[in-house]
Design a protein around this ligand. Structure first.
Ligand code: NAD
Length: 457
Protein backbone atom coordinates (compact mmCIF):
# COMPACT_ATOMS: atom_id res chain seq x y z
CA UNK A 1 0.00 0.00 0.00
CA UNK A 2 1.82 3.01 -1.36
CA UNK A 3 0.24 5.59 0.98
CA UNK A 4 1.52 3.69 4.00
CA UNK A 5 5.01 3.45 2.53
CA UNK A 6 4.92 7.20 1.83
CA UNK A 7 3.96 7.98 5.41
CA UNK A 8 6.71 5.71 6.68
CA UNK A 9 9.26 7.34 4.39
CA UNK A 10 8.36 10.81 5.70
CA UNK A 11 8.76 9.68 9.30
CA UNK A 12 12.09 8.08 8.52
CA UNK A 13 13.47 11.13 6.72
CA UNK A 14 12.28 13.44 9.48
CA UNK A 15 13.94 11.27 12.09
CA UNK A 16 17.18 11.57 10.12
CA UNK A 17 16.76 15.35 10.30
CA UNK A 18 16.45 15.03 14.10
CA UNK A 19 13.06 16.76 14.26
CA UNK A 20 12.36 15.42 17.75
CA UNK A 21 15.89 15.16 19.04
CA UNK A 22 16.59 17.96 21.48
CA UNK A 23 15.21 18.16 25.00
CA UNK A 24 13.28 21.31 24.02
CA UNK A 25 11.52 19.75 21.02
CA UNK A 26 10.60 16.64 22.99
CA UNK A 27 9.07 18.77 25.75
CA UNK A 28 7.30 20.92 23.17
CA UNK A 29 5.79 17.82 21.53
CA UNK A 30 4.70 16.33 24.84
CA UNK A 31 3.03 19.60 25.78
CA UNK A 32 1.26 19.61 22.41
CA UNK A 33 0.05 16.09 23.08
CA UNK A 34 -1.27 17.25 26.43
CA UNK A 35 -3.10 20.14 24.71
CA UNK A 36 -4.62 17.71 22.23
CA UNK A 37 -6.10 15.74 25.12
CA UNK A 38 -7.18 18.74 27.20
CA UNK A 39 -8.69 20.69 24.28
CA UNK A 40 -10.59 17.69 22.94
CA UNK A 41 -11.51 15.83 26.12
CA UNK A 42 -15.25 16.06 25.44
CA UNK A 43 -14.89 14.65 21.93
CA UNK A 44 -12.64 11.85 23.21
CA UNK A 45 -15.11 10.92 25.94
CA UNK A 46 -17.96 10.99 23.45
CA UNK A 47 -16.11 8.65 21.08
CA UNK A 48 -15.36 6.29 23.98
CA UNK A 49 -19.01 6.37 24.94
CA UNK A 50 -20.08 5.54 21.38
CA UNK A 51 -17.63 2.66 21.07
CA UNK A 52 -17.90 1.11 24.53
CA UNK A 53 -20.74 2.89 26.34
CA UNK A 54 -17.92 4.13 28.57
CA UNK A 55 -19.07 6.51 31.32
CA UNK A 56 -17.48 9.92 31.66
CA UNK A 57 -15.94 8.95 35.00
CA UNK A 58 -14.28 5.80 33.64
CA UNK A 59 -13.23 7.64 30.48
CA UNK A 60 -11.52 10.36 32.47
CA UNK A 61 -9.76 8.23 35.07
CA UNK A 62 -8.65 5.43 32.77
CA UNK A 63 -7.98 7.35 29.57
CA UNK A 64 -7.69 11.16 29.46
CA UNK A 65 -6.59 11.99 33.01
CA UNK A 66 -4.43 8.88 33.10
CA UNK A 67 -2.55 10.20 30.06
CA UNK A 68 -2.31 13.78 31.32
CA UNK A 69 -0.73 12.48 34.54
CA UNK A 70 1.70 10.37 32.58
CA UNK A 71 2.74 13.34 30.42
CA UNK A 72 3.26 15.52 33.52
CA UNK A 73 5.25 12.75 35.22
CA UNK A 74 7.44 12.42 32.11
CA UNK A 75 7.97 16.16 31.64
CA UNK A 76 9.13 16.53 35.23
CA UNK A 77 11.81 13.87 34.84
CA UNK A 78 12.75 13.89 31.16
CA UNK A 79 15.86 16.04 31.54
CA UNK A 80 17.26 13.61 34.10
CA UNK A 81 16.35 10.53 32.03
CA UNK A 82 18.09 12.01 28.95
CA UNK A 83 21.37 12.65 30.76
CA UNK A 84 24.34 10.49 29.97
CA UNK A 85 25.12 8.32 32.95
CA UNK A 86 28.74 7.98 34.08
CA UNK A 87 29.92 4.47 34.95
CA UNK A 88 33.25 3.33 36.31
CA UNK A 89 36.10 2.26 34.02
CA UNK A 90 38.26 -0.84 34.65
CA UNK A 91 41.75 0.09 35.85
CA UNK A 92 43.44 -1.51 32.83
CA UNK A 93 41.61 0.93 30.54
CA UNK A 94 42.83 4.06 32.34
CA UNK A 95 42.95 6.83 31.43
CA UNK A 96 39.37 6.79 30.20
CA UNK A 97 35.85 7.94 30.92
CA UNK A 98 32.88 5.60 30.46
CA UNK A 99 29.25 6.51 30.16
CA UNK A 100 25.92 5.38 28.78
CA UNK A 101 23.89 7.68 26.54
CA UNK A 102 20.20 7.08 25.87
CA UNK A 103 19.55 7.80 22.20
CA UNK A 104 16.33 7.61 20.18
CA UNK A 105 15.71 4.46 18.14
CA UNK A 106 14.24 5.93 14.96
CA UNK A 107 10.75 5.43 13.57
CA UNK A 108 8.62 3.27 15.82
CA UNK A 109 5.24 1.62 15.38
CA UNK A 110 2.44 1.49 17.94
CA UNK A 111 -0.49 -0.88 17.38
CA UNK A 112 -3.31 -0.73 19.89
CA UNK A 113 -6.49 -2.66 20.80
CA UNK A 114 -10.07 -1.57 21.31
CA UNK A 115 -10.74 -1.83 25.06
CA UNK A 116 -8.97 1.37 26.17
CA UNK A 117 -8.61 2.55 22.59
CA UNK A 118 -7.29 6.03 23.31
CA UNK A 119 -5.11 5.36 26.35
CA UNK A 120 -3.41 2.28 24.91
CA UNK A 121 -2.46 4.15 21.75
CA UNK A 122 -1.30 7.39 23.36
CA UNK A 123 0.44 6.03 26.46
CA UNK A 124 3.22 4.31 24.47
CA UNK A 125 3.38 7.41 22.25
CA UNK A 126 4.37 9.46 25.31
CA UNK A 127 7.41 7.20 25.74
CA UNK A 128 8.18 7.25 22.02
CA UNK A 129 8.13 11.06 21.85
CA UNK A 130 9.97 11.51 25.14
CA UNK A 131 12.72 9.27 23.82
CA UNK A 132 13.06 11.36 20.65
CA UNK A 133 11.50 9.12 18.00
CA UNK A 134 9.05 9.61 15.16
CA UNK A 135 6.02 7.31 15.29
CA UNK A 136 3.38 5.58 13.24
CA UNK A 137 0.12 4.87 15.06
CA UNK A 138 -2.32 2.11 14.17
CA UNK A 139 -5.50 2.49 16.24
CA UNK A 140 -7.89 -0.43 16.53
CA UNK A 141 -10.56 -0.63 13.85
CA UNK A 142 -12.75 -2.41 16.41
CA UNK A 143 -13.28 0.95 18.19
CA UNK A 144 -14.12 2.97 15.03
CA UNK A 145 -15.17 6.23 16.70
CA UNK A 146 -11.92 6.60 18.63
CA UNK A 147 -9.91 5.49 15.60
CA UNK A 148 -11.38 8.16 13.32
CA UNK A 149 -11.16 10.85 16.01
CA UNK A 150 -7.46 10.11 16.53
CA UNK A 151 -6.76 10.25 12.80
CA UNK A 152 -8.56 13.60 12.64
CA UNK A 153 -6.89 15.14 15.71
CA UNK A 154 -3.26 14.07 15.38
CA UNK A 155 -2.64 15.94 12.07
CA UNK A 156 -4.18 19.09 13.59
CA UNK A 157 -1.52 19.14 16.29
CA UNK A 158 1.48 17.41 14.70
CA UNK A 159 3.25 17.33 11.38
CA UNK A 160 3.03 14.00 9.55
CA UNK A 161 6.81 14.10 9.69
CA UNK A 162 6.56 13.35 13.41
CA UNK A 163 3.43 11.25 13.87
CA UNK A 164 1.45 9.44 11.19
CA UNK A 165 -1.84 7.64 11.81
CA UNK A 166 -2.93 4.73 9.64
CA UNK A 167 -6.49 3.56 10.11
CA UNK A 168 -7.74 0.23 8.88
CA UNK A 169 -8.00 -3.47 9.60
CA UNK A 170 -5.90 -6.54 9.07
CA UNK A 171 -4.69 -5.74 5.49
CA UNK A 172 -3.46 -2.30 6.56
CA UNK A 173 -1.80 -3.67 9.72
CA UNK A 174 -0.12 -6.42 7.72
CA UNK A 175 1.13 -3.86 5.16
CA UNK A 176 2.53 -1.69 7.97
CA UNK A 177 4.25 -4.68 9.52
CA UNK A 178 6.11 -5.32 6.25
CA UNK A 179 7.98 -2.04 6.71
CA UNK A 180 11.18 -1.67 8.70
CA UNK A 181 10.70 0.01 12.09
CA UNK A 182 13.18 0.39 14.91
CA UNK A 183 10.67 -0.81 17.51
CA UNK A 184 7.18 -2.26 17.40
CA UNK A 185 4.95 -1.78 20.41
CA UNK A 186 1.91 -4.05 20.12
CA UNK A 187 -0.98 -4.37 22.56
CA UNK A 188 -3.60 -7.04 21.90
CA UNK A 189 -4.08 -10.79 21.82
CA UNK A 190 -1.34 -13.41 21.70
CA UNK A 191 -2.28 -14.82 18.29
CA UNK A 192 -1.64 -11.48 16.61
CA UNK A 193 1.34 -10.96 18.93
CA UNK A 194 2.96 -13.98 17.29
CA UNK A 195 2.28 -12.52 13.80
CA UNK A 196 3.84 -9.23 14.89
CA UNK A 197 6.93 -10.97 16.21
CA UNK A 198 7.33 -13.03 13.05
CA UNK A 199 7.03 -9.97 10.81
CA UNK A 200 9.41 -8.00 13.04
CA UNK A 201 12.02 -10.73 12.79
CA UNK A 202 12.49 -9.98 9.05
CA UNK A 203 13.91 -6.59 9.99
CA UNK A 204 15.47 -7.69 13.29
CA UNK A 205 13.11 -5.22 14.90
CA UNK A 206 12.71 -5.38 18.68
CA UNK A 207 9.16 -5.76 19.95
CA UNK A 208 7.20 -5.06 23.07
CA UNK A 209 4.17 -7.32 23.32
CA UNK A 210 1.49 -6.31 25.78
CA UNK A 211 -0.82 -9.31 25.78
CA UNK A 212 -3.49 -10.76 28.05
CA UNK A 213 -4.43 -14.00 29.79
CA UNK A 214 -6.53 -15.30 32.63
CA UNK A 215 -5.62 -13.24 35.70
CA UNK A 216 -6.40 -15.25 38.84
CA UNK A 217 -7.67 -13.87 42.12
CA UNK A 218 -7.20 -15.81 45.34
CA UNK A 219 -9.37 -14.86 48.32
CA UNK A 220 -8.16 -16.20 51.63
CA UNK A 221 -10.30 -17.17 54.64
CA UNK A 222 -8.74 -14.43 56.76
CA UNK A 223 -10.28 -11.34 55.19
CA UNK A 224 -12.62 -8.40 55.37
CA UNK A 225 -14.97 -9.89 52.80
CA UNK A 226 -17.10 -6.76 52.40
CA UNK A 227 -14.13 -4.69 51.28
CA UNK A 228 -12.82 -7.58 49.17
CA UNK A 229 -16.18 -7.93 47.40
CA UNK A 230 -16.34 -4.21 46.62
CA UNK A 231 -12.79 -4.14 45.26
CA UNK A 232 -13.31 -7.21 43.09
CA UNK A 233 -16.66 -6.00 41.76
CA UNK A 234 -15.16 -2.62 40.91
CA UNK A 235 -12.08 -4.12 39.18
CA UNK A 236 -13.98 -6.83 37.38
CA UNK A 237 -16.89 -4.79 36.04
CA UNK A 238 -15.00 -1.57 35.24
CA UNK A 239 -15.35 -1.06 31.45
CA UNK A 240 -17.82 -3.99 31.56
CA UNK A 241 -14.96 -6.37 32.31
CA UNK A 242 -13.10 -5.51 29.10
CA UNK A 243 -9.82 -4.87 30.89
CA UNK A 244 -6.66 -6.86 30.26
CA UNK A 245 -5.89 -7.07 34.00
CA UNK A 246 -9.46 -7.63 35.23
CA UNK A 247 -9.65 -10.50 37.71
CA UNK A 248 -10.57 -13.36 35.38
CA UNK A 249 -11.63 -15.92 37.98
CA UNK A 250 -11.78 -16.28 41.76
CA UNK A 251 -10.26 -19.08 43.82
CA UNK A 252 -11.55 -19.52 47.37
CA UNK A 253 -13.00 -22.05 49.74
CA UNK A 254 -16.70 -22.81 49.36
CA UNK A 255 -17.49 -20.89 52.56
CA UNK A 256 -15.69 -17.76 51.35
CA UNK A 257 -17.24 -18.09 47.89
CA UNK A 258 -20.78 -18.09 49.30
CA UNK A 259 -20.13 -15.06 51.53
CA UNK A 260 -18.44 -13.26 48.64
CA UNK A 261 -21.40 -13.84 46.33
CA UNK A 262 -23.74 -12.24 48.88
CA UNK A 263 -21.35 -9.34 49.40
CA UNK A 264 -20.84 -8.85 45.68
CA UNK A 265 -24.60 -8.67 45.19
CA UNK A 266 -24.73 -6.04 47.91
CA UNK A 267 -21.88 -4.10 46.28
CA UNK A 268 -23.58 -4.21 42.86
CA UNK A 269 -26.80 -2.88 44.41
CA UNK A 270 -24.85 -0.06 46.03
CA UNK A 271 -22.95 0.80 42.85
CA UNK A 272 -26.00 0.66 40.58
CA UNK A 273 -29.02 1.50 42.77
CA UNK A 274 -31.42 1.81 39.82
CA UNK A 275 -30.20 -1.42 38.27
CA UNK A 276 -27.12 -2.02 36.15
CA UNK A 277 -28.86 -1.75 32.79
CA UNK A 278 -30.36 1.64 33.62
CA UNK A 279 -27.06 3.00 34.87
CA UNK A 280 -24.91 5.18 32.61
CA UNK A 281 -21.93 4.14 34.76
CA UNK A 282 -21.87 0.62 33.30
CA UNK A 283 -20.32 0.00 29.87
CA UNK A 284 -21.40 -2.09 26.90
CA UNK A 285 -19.74 -4.92 24.99
CA UNK A 286 -17.70 -3.65 22.06
CA UNK A 287 -19.51 -5.59 19.28
CA UNK A 288 -21.68 -8.61 18.42
CA UNK A 289 -18.72 -10.90 17.91
CA UNK A 290 -17.54 -10.34 21.48
CA UNK A 291 -21.13 -10.39 22.78
CA UNK A 292 -21.58 -13.90 21.34
CA UNK A 293 -18.19 -15.01 22.60
CA UNK A 294 -19.08 -13.91 26.13
CA UNK A 295 -22.51 -15.50 26.03
CA UNK A 296 -20.89 -18.80 25.16
CA UNK A 297 -19.06 -18.73 28.53
CA UNK A 298 -22.28 -18.48 30.54
CA UNK A 299 -23.49 -21.95 31.42
CA UNK A 300 -27.04 -21.29 32.78
CA UNK A 301 -26.64 -24.04 35.37
CA UNK A 302 -23.66 -22.17 36.89
CA UNK A 303 -25.25 -18.71 37.31
CA UNK A 304 -25.12 -17.43 40.88
CA UNK A 305 -25.83 -13.80 40.04
CA UNK A 306 -26.77 -11.88 36.88
CA UNK A 307 -26.86 -13.66 33.56
CA UNK A 308 -29.12 -11.12 31.80
CA UNK A 309 -28.22 -9.87 28.36
CA UNK A 310 -29.64 -7.79 25.55
CA UNK A 311 -28.12 -8.19 22.12
CA UNK A 312 -29.67 -5.02 20.66
CA UNK A 313 -27.84 -2.81 23.18
CA UNK A 314 -24.85 -5.17 23.62
CA UNK A 315 -25.57 -5.37 27.32
CA UNK A 316 -24.42 -8.23 29.53
CA UNK A 317 -25.08 -7.84 33.23
CA UNK A 318 -22.36 -8.51 35.80
CA UNK A 319 -22.53 -12.29 35.90
CA UNK A 320 -21.08 -14.45 38.64
CA UNK A 321 -20.76 -18.17 38.06
CA UNK A 322 -20.16 -21.13 40.34
CA UNK A 323 -17.68 -22.87 38.05
CA UNK A 324 -15.09 -25.61 37.91
CA UNK A 325 -11.83 -25.92 36.00
CA UNK A 326 -13.71 -27.61 33.13
CA UNK A 327 -16.38 -24.88 32.71
CA UNK A 328 -16.72 -23.04 29.38
CA UNK A 329 -15.67 -19.84 31.17
CA UNK A 330 -12.30 -21.38 32.08
CA UNK A 331 -11.17 -22.16 28.52
CA UNK A 332 -9.76 -18.75 27.54
CA UNK A 333 -9.41 -15.19 28.75
CA UNK A 334 -12.91 -13.86 29.48
CA UNK A 335 -12.43 -10.14 28.79
CA UNK A 336 -15.99 -9.26 29.74
CA UNK A 337 -18.39 -9.10 32.71
CA UNK A 338 -18.42 -12.81 33.53
CA UNK A 339 -16.76 -13.96 36.73
CA UNK A 340 -16.28 -17.66 37.42
CA UNK A 341 -15.74 -18.63 41.05
CA UNK A 342 -13.87 -21.86 41.65
CA UNK A 343 -13.52 -23.60 44.97
CA UNK A 344 -10.27 -24.88 46.41
CA UNK A 345 -9.48 -26.21 49.88
CA UNK A 346 -6.31 -24.32 50.69
CA UNK A 347 -3.98 -21.59 49.60
CA UNK A 348 -1.52 -24.25 48.49
CA UNK A 349 -4.12 -25.71 46.14
CA UNK A 350 -4.87 -22.22 44.74
CA UNK A 351 -1.19 -21.60 44.05
CA UNK A 352 -0.83 -25.01 42.37
CA UNK A 353 -3.89 -24.28 40.21
CA UNK A 354 -2.35 -20.99 39.06
CA UNK A 355 1.10 -22.47 38.49
CA UNK A 356 -0.26 -25.17 36.21
CA UNK A 357 -1.54 -22.50 33.79
CA UNK A 358 0.24 -19.96 31.55
CA UNK A 359 1.72 -16.92 33.27
CA UNK A 360 -1.05 -14.35 33.72
CA UNK A 361 -0.76 -10.61 33.12
CA UNK A 362 -1.88 -9.91 36.69
CA UNK A 363 -2.35 -12.02 39.79
CA UNK A 364 -4.39 -10.99 42.81
CA UNK A 365 -4.59 -12.23 46.36
CA UNK A 366 -6.62 -10.94 49.27
CA UNK A 367 -5.74 -11.75 52.87
CA UNK A 368 -5.23 -10.06 56.21
CA UNK A 369 -2.42 -12.48 56.87
CA UNK A 370 0.86 -11.13 55.52
CA UNK A 371 2.48 -14.58 55.60
CA UNK A 372 -0.17 -15.77 53.12
CA UNK A 373 0.48 -12.77 50.89
CA UNK A 374 4.26 -13.31 51.11
CA UNK A 375 3.85 -16.90 50.01
CA UNK A 376 1.62 -15.89 47.09
CA UNK A 377 4.12 -13.22 46.05
CA UNK A 378 7.03 -15.69 46.20
CA UNK A 379 5.31 -18.59 44.46
CA UNK A 380 3.24 -17.02 41.69
CA UNK A 381 4.92 -15.59 38.61
CA UNK A 382 2.84 -13.05 36.69
CA UNK A 383 3.32 -9.84 34.71
CA UNK A 384 2.27 -7.76 37.71
CA UNK A 385 0.64 -8.37 41.04
CA UNK A 386 -1.72 -6.50 43.28
CA UNK A 387 -2.32 -7.67 46.82
CA UNK A 388 -5.56 -6.73 48.60
CA UNK A 389 -6.94 -4.79 45.64
CA UNK A 390 -7.57 -5.14 41.92
CA UNK A 391 -6.47 -3.12 38.88
CA UNK A 392 -4.95 -0.16 40.72
CA UNK A 393 -1.34 -1.30 40.36
CA UNK A 394 -1.36 -0.34 36.70
CA UNK A 395 -2.08 3.30 37.44
CA UNK A 396 1.29 3.78 39.16
CA UNK A 397 3.93 5.39 36.94
CA UNK A 398 6.65 3.99 39.16
CA UNK A 399 5.63 0.37 38.55
CA UNK A 400 6.62 -1.02 35.14
CA UNK A 401 3.59 -2.60 33.49
CA UNK A 402 3.86 -5.66 31.24
CA UNK A 403 3.51 -9.40 30.92
CA UNK A 404 5.72 -12.46 31.22
CA UNK A 405 5.59 -15.65 29.14
CA UNK A 406 2.20 -15.92 27.41
CA UNK A 407 1.07 -12.56 28.79
CA UNK A 408 3.74 -10.62 26.92
CA UNK A 409 7.28 -9.32 26.86
CA UNK A 410 8.68 -5.96 27.85
CA UNK A 411 7.02 -3.38 30.03
CA UNK A 412 6.22 0.33 30.04
CA UNK A 413 4.75 3.29 31.98
CA UNK A 414 6.81 6.06 33.55
CA UNK A 415 10.54 5.73 33.04
CA UNK A 416 10.19 2.28 31.44
CA UNK A 417 8.34 3.86 28.51
CA UNK A 418 11.32 6.14 27.91
CA UNK A 419 13.73 3.21 28.24
CA UNK A 420 12.02 0.86 25.78
CA UNK A 421 12.01 3.52 23.08
CA UNK A 422 15.67 4.39 23.69
CA UNK A 423 18.92 2.69 22.88
CA UNK A 424 21.46 2.89 25.70
CA UNK A 425 24.69 3.48 23.87
CA UNK A 426 27.84 2.59 25.79
CA UNK A 427 30.76 4.91 25.21
CA UNK A 428 34.35 4.73 26.38
CA UNK A 429 36.43 7.84 25.76
CA UNK A 430 40.15 7.20 26.16
CA UNK A 431 43.28 9.26 26.55
CA UNK A 432 46.59 8.56 24.81
CA UNK A 433 48.62 6.93 27.56
CA UNK A 434 49.48 3.58 25.99
CA UNK A 435 50.30 0.37 27.88
CA UNK A 436 52.29 -1.79 25.43
CA UNK A 437 51.36 -5.03 27.23
CA UNK A 438 48.33 -5.70 24.96
CA UNK A 439 50.27 -5.53 21.68
CA UNK A 440 52.06 -8.42 19.95
CA UNK A 441 54.44 -10.06 20.27
CA UNK A 442 52.36 -11.61 23.10
CA UNK A 443 55.03 -13.94 24.41
CA UNK A 444 55.45 -13.65 28.17
CA UNK A 445 52.72 -11.03 28.57
CA UNK A 446 49.78 -13.27 29.53
CA UNK A 447 51.20 -13.98 32.99
CA UNK A 448 51.54 -10.28 33.65
CA UNK A 449 47.95 -9.61 32.50
CA UNK A 450 46.65 -12.41 34.77
CA UNK A 451 48.60 -11.03 37.74
CA UNK A 452 47.39 -7.51 37.11
CA UNK A 453 43.78 -8.60 36.81
CA UNK A 454 43.84 -10.77 39.92
CA UNK A 455 45.57 -7.97 41.85
CA UNK A 456 42.90 -5.47 40.74
CA UNK A 457 39.97 -7.89 40.76
P1 NAD B 1 -7.85 -5.81 18.41
O1 NAD B 1 -8.74 -6.80 17.72
O2 NAD B 1 -8.22 -4.39 18.40
O3 NAD B 1 -6.40 -6.02 17.77
C1 NAD B 1 -5.30 -5.22 18.15
C2 NAD B 1 -4.63 -4.70 16.91
O4 NAD B 1 -4.13 -5.79 16.14
C3 NAD B 1 -5.54 -3.88 16.02
O5 NAD B 1 -4.93 -2.66 15.72
C4 NAD B 1 -5.73 -4.77 14.79
O6 NAD B 1 -5.83 -4.02 13.61
C5 NAD B 1 -4.49 -5.61 14.77
N1 NAD B 1 -4.74 -6.94 14.16
C6 NAD B 1 -5.80 -7.74 14.37
N2 NAD B 1 -5.66 -8.89 13.66
C7 NAD B 1 -4.48 -8.80 13.00
C8 NAD B 1 -3.76 -9.66 12.11
N3 NAD B 1 -4.24 -10.86 11.74
N4 NAD B 1 -2.58 -9.24 11.63
C9 NAD B 1 -2.08 -8.02 11.97
N5 NAD B 1 -2.72 -7.17 12.82
C10 NAD B 1 -3.90 -7.55 13.32
O7 NAD B 1 -7.65 -6.17 19.94
P2 NAD B 1 -7.68 -7.59 20.65
O8 NAD B 1 -6.51 -8.40 20.22
O9 NAD B 1 -9.03 -8.19 20.61
O10 NAD B 1 -7.41 -7.07 22.14
C11 NAD B 1 -7.77 -7.83 23.23
C12 NAD B 1 -6.58 -8.53 23.82
O11 NAD B 1 -5.61 -7.56 24.16
C13 NAD B 1 -6.89 -9.26 25.10
O12 NAD B 1 -6.21 -10.48 25.11
C14 NAD B 1 -6.32 -8.35 26.18
O13 NAD B 1 -5.96 -9.00 27.36
C15 NAD B 1 -5.15 -7.77 25.47
N6 NAD B 1 -4.81 -6.48 26.06
C16 NAD B 1 -3.63 -6.37 26.67
C17 NAD B 1 -3.29 -5.18 27.27
C18 NAD B 1 -1.97 -5.00 27.96
O14 NAD B 1 -1.63 -3.86 28.26
N7 NAD B 1 -1.20 -6.03 28.21
C19 NAD B 1 -4.16 -4.10 27.23
C20 NAD B 1 -5.37 -4.26 26.57
C21 NAD B 1 -5.68 -5.46 25.98
Amino acid sequence: MQFIEDKHQRLKLAFGQRINHSYQTRCHNLLKLKSLIVDNEDAILEALNKDLGKSQFEGVISETLFLINEIDFTLKRLKKWMKKRRVSTPFLQFPARSYVIPEPLGTVLIISPWNYPFQLLISPLIGALAAGNTAMLKPSEVAPNVSSLVSELIPKYFSEDLIAVVEGGIPETQAILDLPFQHIFYTGNGTVGRIVMEKASKHLCPVTLELGGKSPCYVDEDNDLEVVARRIVWGKFFNAGQTCVAPDYILSTERVRDILIKNMEKALNQFFPKGVKASSDYGRIINEHHFERLESYIDPSEIALGGESDRSSLFISPTILKSTGGSPSMKEEIFGPVLPMLTINSQKEAIEFIKQRPHPLAAYAFSRNSRILDEFENEVSSGGMCLNDSLVHLSSETLPFGGVGESGMGSYHGKRSFEIFSHYKSVMRRGFFDLPVRYPPYEGKLGLIRKLLSFLG
